[in-house]
Design a protein around this ligand. Structure first.
Ligand code: CA
Length: 409
């Protein structure tokens, strides 16, 4: 649990252009737990002990996605959530307040909310006007004695010297220790690093895997192979290459960046938390939970969900191209986020933000655009039983030059 009660509402307003958090507790605020003006918040697991409103979403461009809220101590003179912009809320309980939600000046009766959207879901086919509500899981946690940690430098790896570290890193991986750590700096690799045997955790310190100067990165750069534990966790490691998930183990990527992720057939569950990876491909049957996802640095479709169950809390993009293609009977649920397809440039009108090919999706997101031609013209293209339909920009509410998209099919 994380307490934000030392931040004023003003500070929060300044901090959050795009934020997705889980398990936040707010107590004893004076005016509001969170005041949001224009920004995009995606929150799961918000606890509040306050008499004042928990969230004031005070501008037309403000966009709040909130699931699993438990609010107590409320004043009967106010509602817990005061919305002027766009609000999507699910599974909310408010105790003491006059109601859970006051929407655009109207007090909505009830102190519990199973699902509320201030603007209706769109569908191109006959579908319920709700999110998919996919099951949510949290990454595995474990504690480990420091005696099980070892540095790659103990096996001869040396950061920042432009000499190859592949053999030394592989020796550390195969040493029998379960946590392998990488003191800060750049490690040069020339062939795939195979994560296997007794490894349970890789800990970087914003450390990089890169090829030597004037060499090319091996592919994959890092491969997660079958090992002794149910899961492998990677923290604060930057890999400028392919991350290949080739085991049934659960993989957790936390505060990692660069490259692309590839889940191979039979790959285990994947968790991503605050990860900046541009391209992702998930395998049939995979279960994927991504929170605070930033997909920069790509010039093609960003996420390809081929028959997996993909859940995202808070996505952010820059530049055009398709954001998510869902196919093979996959399921994709996006809960909150900011797409910025123009990034100062014209977006090709043929680009489709979300492609749904004979699969199931629900999306809750907004776009930001600096000019009218810098948004997606086509937000969703859904094909069902061979019939394709599109949801265009003109069919959804505006957000300045951008769009507000709630969609289900
Ligand atoms: Ca080196």
């Amino acid at each position: 649990m994380e307490a934000l009660n030392t931040l004023t509402s003003f500070q929060l307003t300044c901090l959050l252009l795009f934020l997705s958090r889980t398990d936040v507790t707010l107590t004893n605020q004076k005016l509001a737990g969170i005041t949001n003006k224009n920004n995009v918040l995606s929150i799961r697991g918000l606890t509040s002990i306050n008499s004042v409103p928990v969230i004031k979403n005070i501008s037309g461009s403000g966009f709040v996605t909130l699931i699993d809220g438990n609010f107590s101590g409320g004043s009967s003179a106010v509602s817990a959530l005061e919305n002027t912009g766009t609000l999507y809320a699910r599974n909310i309980t408010a105790t003491g307040y006059q109601s859970a939600i006051k929407n655009k000046g109207t007090v909505l009766a009830g102190t519990t909310v199973s699902e509320f959207a201030s603007t209706s879901f769109k569908s191109l086919f006959s579908s319920p006007q709700t999110s998919l509500n996919l099951p949510i899981a949290d990454p595995p946690t474990f504690s480990e004695d420091v005696s099980q940690w070892v540095s790659v430098t103990a096996f001869g790896a040396k950061p920042d010297d432009n000499n190859d570290d592949t053999a030394a890193i592989q020796k550390a991986v195969d040493s029998g220790k379960s946590t392998i750590y990488f003191p800060t700096g750049v490690y040069n690799i020339s062939s795939t690093i195979r994560i296997r045997n007794n490894v349970r955790k890789l800990v970087g310190m914003e450390s990089f895997f890169k090829p030597r100067v004037d060499r090319t990165m091996p592919s994959p750069a890092i491969r997660f192979e079958p090992g002794n534990y149910d899961g492998v966790t990677v923290e604060r490691l930057n890999v400028k290459g392919v991350w290949e998930h080739s085991s049934t183990q659960t993989l957790v990527l936390r505060d990692c960046a660069y490259g692309s992720y590839q889940g191979t057939a039979g790959a285990g569950s994947l968790f991503g938390e605050n990860v900046m990876i541009g391209k992702w491909q998930f395998a049939p049957g995979q279960k994927v939970w991504l929170r605070q996802l930033n997909t920069e640095f790509t010039n093609a479709t960003r996420l390809i969900n081929n028959g997996a169950k993909l859940w995202i809390l808070g996505i952010k993009t820059e530049d055009p191209y398709t954001v998510i293609e869902t196919k093979g009977g996959g399921q994709t649920e996006v809960l909150g986020g900011l797409l910025y397809p123009g990034h100062g440039n014209v977006v090709p009108p043929t680009d489709v933000a979300m492609v749904n090919n004979e699969s199931q999706v629900s999306f809750v997101y907004v776009t930001a655009a600096d000019a009218t031609n810098q948004d997606y013209t086509i937000h969703v293209q859904t094909t069902k039983n061979g019939v394709s339909k599109t949801l265009t920009e003109s069919a959804v509410p505006g957000r300045g030059n951008g769009s507000i998209v709630l969609y289900r099919d």
